[in-house]
Write a new protein. Sequence first.
Length: 142
Amino acid sequence: MKTISGAVEFFMELVRVEAVLRRRLDSSLGGISFQEFIILRHLSEATEQKMRRIDLAGKVGLTASGITRLLLPMEKIGLVKRLPNKGDARVSLVALAKGGQTYLDESMKRLEELSEEYFTSPEQKKLGELSEQLGAWEKKLR
């Protein structure tokens, strides 16, 4: 068997941990997935809590069709709402709905509790540094 480099081993471990973590987070958020949580979070931070769908897709790492597929059920249950774009009728906007804000607030509390369960205070400080490194790496990969 051929030996693999540390970088390839790191990629494999990172993807494995991400899959386990995503499953754990999905089951902990009280009815929404972690991906939906991320969407709600981006919308809550956006100007007037709305964004063009294509911009939101870029923020969460999805294609235009991928974000549309994910937003449809979220719209049906009142987490987000579709808005017309007065500047360009071909481009629709998505906005955070009142129900989405409620779910976001509840999910954030659950995530904070979960992080305290998993990590001690000193570990959480290290996680902040690691998050910065991952963010820089993500920009490099784009």
